[in-house]
Design a protein around this ligand. Structure first.
Ligand code: GDP
Length: 197
């Protein structure tokens, strides 16, 4: 799929304020600093579309971007940011879970994982929760250039393999680097496939 046009639409503090036009939505989420803004900008080929943050974990809003006037790319707030207060953390979890569970136009969740890291409890719990909730999702490994292609693939496979103790069918996964623009076509083709189905 070619992205001809990408524009910021709205930052919503809650689900009820999200766009009402029923276009398919593809949401991106991950721990703060995982490289989510960089990935969104890379996918859309649009520098500065999503703000790459100097202060990780600052955005507490559901950000919608309209792509090719056809579908929404949704930038969800980063989870697992240690410096947030418990109250803010709770509000955030509430907002993320109500968006994910109450948004019929949500077509897929892309869960971002830094390919350098071992499986973290917070990511594992989030992925298990998506699976239990029957939410369609896949994994996007980020920052592959920091390891090189061979080690990145090894780490990604190990991460996916660790899901097998609970899940028989594993979700699709992609290995990306925003720095080197790798994995872009694969992620966009996947969205295209779902859009056409
Ligand atoms: P966010 O907080 O998840 O939105 O993460 P950002 O996109 O702001 O990225 C966090 C940091 O990781 C920044 O310093 C980025 O430059 C860096 N980063 C993000 N993606 C990549 C990548 O693919 N390769 C490398 N080497 N660095 C990256």
């Amino acid at each position: 799929m070619e992205i001809k046009k990408s524009e910021f639409t709205i930052s919503a503090p809650r689900v009820s304020m999200c766009p009402k036009d029923n276009k398919a939505e593809y949401a991106f989420i991950g721990r703060s600093n995982v490289g989510k803004s960089s990935l969104i900008n890379m996918l859309c080929n649009h520098k500065g579309l999503a703000k790459t943050s100097a202060t990780p974990g600052k955005t507490l809003l559901i950000n919608h971007f309209i792509i090719n006037n056809e579908w929404y790319l949704v930038d969800l707030p980063g989870y697992g940011f240690a410096k947030r207060s418990k109250t803010v953390q709770k509000q955030l979890e509430q907002m993320i879970s109500s968006y994910i569970l109450q948004r019929p136009q949500l077509a897929n969740v892309f869960v971002l994982i830094d390919v350098r890291h071992e499986q973290q409890k917070i990511d594992r719990e989030f992925v298990d929760w998506l699976g239990e909730s029957n939410v369609p999702f896949c994994i996007v490994f980020t920052k592959a250039d920091k390891l090189g292609p061979v080690k990145a693939r090894m780490n990604a496979e190990k991460w996916m393999h660790a899901l097998e103790d609970r899940w028989e069918a594993l979700p699709p996964y992609f290995i990306t680097s925003s720095e080197k623009k790798t994995g872009r076509d694969e992620v966009l083709d996947y969205i295209d496939e779902i859009n056409k189905s």
